[in-house]
Write a protein that binds this ligand. Structure first.
Ligand code: PXP
Length: 244
């Protein structure tokens, strides 16, 4: 079995920086440590409220790293303009609510008039588009119909069930993610299926071992581990925790 790629989300290095309004710790420096430690990509989320990543980080990151950059963003004209200017390898479109602590659920790609045009404009700028959706077959089917280059399955419900230590719910949520991956690959075996949200070194193995997942995007769990073990080790540790 091929291990999934690891995309490291470095938003929370910027969170730590911003609470003091200073210029350290630097998310770019962090991304370079992740790259050296074997990260296969760097993910960063430019939120409308700029609570962690700032516009300048996005531009600087593009110049600094050699591995693919995945820019997470909401469907707004402002973000579209920034993405088309920066031209990251990937954009992952996510839903965004001002008050949420983190991205709470997947994007509803069925009831969204803006999406077709948005996807086309990003792809015309040479950017590959991923859609962050729940493991729901109707959403997956629609994402594929819309011509997305990949989907990212939201693993938040799985992660929550792990936190609650509820074996029945864990098995249920894991099965939902597995079925989602299998459904997408049964429709198109070369389609790229990513997953992420709430994954930690403790809960990642069953997700990493789902056959056919292309990439896992993991942030908070790695940055949290890095407080105790250092960022280089936290990235290596996460890859090891895949268990493949
Ligand atoms: N994938 C997407 C689309 C996200 O929005 C996030 C959070 O920004 C992540 C992955 C990473 O989630 P976590 O920080 O919980 O690992």
């Amino acid at each position: 079995m091929r291990a999934p790629r690891l995309g490291v989300n470095i938003d929370h290095i910027a969170t730590l920086r911003n609470v003091r309004g200073v210029d350290y710790p630097c998310p770019i420096k962090g991304a370079l440590v992740c790259q050296r430690a074997g990260a296969d990509g760097i993910t960063l989320h430019l939120r409308e409220d700029r609570r962690h990543i700032k516009d300048a980080d996005v531009y600087a990151m593009k110049q600094a790293i050699d591995i693919p950059m995945n820019l997470e963003m909401a469907l707004t004209d402002e973000m579209l303009a920034i993405a088309c200017d920066v031209r990251p390898k990937w954009v992952c479109l996510v839903p965004e609510k001002r008050q949420e602590v983190t991205t709470e659920g997947g994007l509803d790609v069925i009831n969204n008039d803006k999406l077709p045009d948005f996807i086309k404009k990003l792809q015309n700028a040479g950017i590959k588009v991923s859609l962050f959706i729940d493991p729901d077959t109707a959403q997956i089917e629609r994402a594929m119909e819309l011509g997305a280059d990949a989907i990212e399955i939201h693993t938040g419900a799985y992660a929550q069930s792990c936190l609650a230590n509820d074996p029945v719910q864990i098995a249920f949520e894991l099965e939902r993610v597995k079925k989602g991956v299998m459904f997408a690959l049964s429709k198109n075996p070369t389609f790229l299926v990513n997953a992420g949200h709430g994954l930690t070194a403790d809960n990642v193995a069953p997700i990493a071992q789902i056959n056919g997942i292309y990439e896992l995007n993991i942030g908070h769990g790695i940055i949290a581990d890095s407080v105790f073990m250092g960022l280089d080790k936290a990235v290596r540790n996460m890859k090891q925790a895949f268990g493949i």
